[in-house]
Design a protein around this ligand. Structure first.
Ligand code: VG1
Ligand code: CO
Length: 560
């Protein structure tokens, strides 16, 4: 049967501007007439002439509205001359899996249906983001062009009669006005599993998990938080690594994440932390809704900061076959991430890059062969095996390090600190504040810290004194394409290397979220408690930013 495309008239919506990682809004916003259609059309159009005849990947984290949006994308893509879509079964694909599929199939890109770590369900968030042909999140120039197109949009194209059942794996081919259009509904996990088997020595890890050599099985607690990683966790941890059923929890992707907030941190993954705190597990891990973030905890819930996690993996890259085969290039971290990995990079004689917040800034360096491992303090760790951070990869990397060293997580960290010293780190999040006062706070603080006399000034608290060495609103020039990203966060660096960073989140769907990051380095005093060690700097940060006054908050929503 031949189907034809129709052109539907529409008018622009305001505010379709992608943030740190895609467009995120309440479901109620996305379901308005033509809202999703407009954004999808603009996203496709931003590809220009490359779109006709292209292959695209479509999938998401299974949250509320994912399936409807995936079906809509099929109809709009068909009408826009795309020739092939790879769609995850039931619309399910983790963000790392999409990145891998794009690369493996040489697709033009992929549309990821997720609001990542934001809560889901009819009252909560939905999101759409575009990944380009390198598998990575679209860079700023691309998302700016999507946004511009949304402000001018007058019509979108649609093949209304195209019905497709994405619950069954299989290939369907249609004739759209004389041209073939193929929809390939694929197993959500198979390609990603293949990739993990290439990177890690699964047989060795399985043996380690079983305790065959060590005499002690590895006790894991893996929490998929009812997000997209469930099917991946079952396949990899249960089947490939042979872990027992009791090791994995919350492995059914649910449209509202079963009411969980799928953000793997000490606050929202409390269930995992409380369980592992009882002492029965050697490693605990949790992921976010779309599977790109990870939290690692050791026995008795010993917390590994993401900044340290990155540094430890960097130190033990020889434990992972992928790096033996592909070599070790440079490392990178986002600006607010503590600089533990820099010390490893220095020791190994590798380049280390500091980029703005958001995974899209790592892509060019990876494509240029200068970067193989990177991370963000927001529970993101990954390598150049794809162009996204990768939660499950990070856990497999940690199990590899445990296997390689024969040590527990706490001991691995303590040994690391004894070699390199320790970068204490904490982040305070003040979620859903009123926007205007937060913008005012940022403006005021920027004026203060860039004003005359601020550099060289001393601040004291709790018996400690810190002298300002430099202060700015972070800007970044991409070393590869020389593109510039400005206003990436207010930063105060003190003479001893301690830092205060303040930025507004770019992933919220309403209001403003303020993130305050604090870190300091100690060469010898490595066994302290972060909250105690950093208290003086936190007080100084609250004083300089006047955060309590502007936000009306006396305490953060989340402390990491
Ligand atoms: C946050 C994190 C950032 C991360 C981004 C996307 O952004 O801070 O490090 O890259 O989320 O992660 P922001 O602008 O809210 O600080 V995800 O897993 O939500 O796609
Ligand atoms: Co995510």
């Amino acid at each position: 049967m031949s189907l034809s495309a129709e052109t539907v008239q529409t008018t622009p919506y305001e505010g379709q501007k992608p943030g740190t990682s895609g467009l995120r809004k309440k479901v109620k916003v996305f379901v308005q007439p033509n809202y999703t259609e407009n954004f999808v059309q603009a996203t496709l159009s931003a590809n220009g002439a490359a779109l006709a005849g292209s292959t695209l990947v479509v999938g998401g984290d299974g949250r509320y509205y994912c399936k409807e949006a995936a079906e809509l994308i099929v109809r709009i893509a068909a009408a826009n001359g795309v020739s092939k879509l790879l769609v995850g079964q039931n619309g399910i694909l983790s963000t790392p899996a999409v990145s891998s599929l794009i690369r493996h199939n040489k697709a033009l890109g992929g549309i990821v249906l997720t609001a990542s770590h934001n809560p889901g369900g009819p009252e909560n968030d939905f999101g759409i983001k575009f990944n380009c042909e390198n598998g990575g999140p679209a860079p700023d120039a691309f998302t700016n062009s999507i946004h511009k197109l949304t402000t001018e949009i007058k019509e979108y194209k649609l093949v209304r009669g195209l019905q497709i059942d994405i619950s069954k794996v299989g290939v369907s081919t249609f004739d759209i006005a004389g041209k073939p259009f193929t929809v390939n509904v694929i197993d959500s996990v198979a390609d990603y599993l293949r990739l993990m088997e290439e990177i890690f020595d699964m047989a060795k890890l399985k043996e380690f998990v079983s305790g065959k050599v060590t005499g002690k099985p590895l006790k894991m607690r893996i929490d998929a938080m009812n997000g997209v990683t469930g099917p991946y966790v079952n396949e990899i941890f249960l089947k490939s690594l042979g872990a027992s059923e009791s090791c994995v929890v919350h492995t059914t992707p649910l449209p509202d994440f079963g009411g969980l907030h799928p953000d793997p941190n000490l606050t929202y993954a409390k269930d995992l932390v409380d369980t592992v705190a009882q002492g029965d597990y050697d490693i605990g891990a949790a992921f976010d809704g779309d599977g790109d973030r990870n939290m690692i905890i050791g026995q008795k819930a010993f917390f590994v900061t993401p900044s340290d996690s990155l540094a430890v993996i960097a130190h033990y890259l020889e434990a992972i076959p992928y790096f033996k085969k592909n070599g070790v290039q440079g490392f990178a971290r986002s600006m607010p991430t503590a600089s533990a990995v820099d010390l490893v990079g220095k020791k190994l004689g590798k380049e280390v890059f500091e980029v703005p917040t958001g995974w899209k800034y790592f892509g060019n360096l990876m494509d240029a062969g200068r970067l193989c491992l990177c991370g963000e303090e927001s529970f993101g760790t990954g390598s150049n095996h794809i162009r996204e951070k990768d939660g499950i990869w990070a856990v497999l990397a940690w199990i590899s390090v445990m296997q390689h060293t024969g040590k527990g997580i706490e001991d691995i960290l303590k040994q690391h600190w004894s070699i390199y010293g320790r970068n204490y780190f904490t982040r305070y999040d003040y979620e859903e504040c009123a926007s205007d006062p937060c913008n005012e706070m940022m403006d005021t603080m920027e004026k203060t810290i860039t004003g005359a006399g601020f550099v060289g000034k001393s601040f004291s608290s709790g018996g400690k004194s810190y002298k300002v060495k430099e202060a700015d609103n972070f800007s970044y020039t991409d070393p590869v394409d020389k593109s510039v990203a400005t206003k990436q966060g207010l930063r105060i660096v003190f003479e001893d290397g301690s830092r205060i960073v303040v930025r507004l989140s770019g992933t919220g769907s309403s209001g403003a979220t303020v993130r305050l990051y604090i870190d300091s380095y100690e060469k010898e005093n490595v066994l302290g408690q972060a909250s105690v060690m950093l208290k003086p700097l936190i007080d100084i940060a609250l004083e300089i930013s006047q955060l309590p006054k502007f936000t009306g908050r006396n305490a953060p929503t989340v402390i990491t």
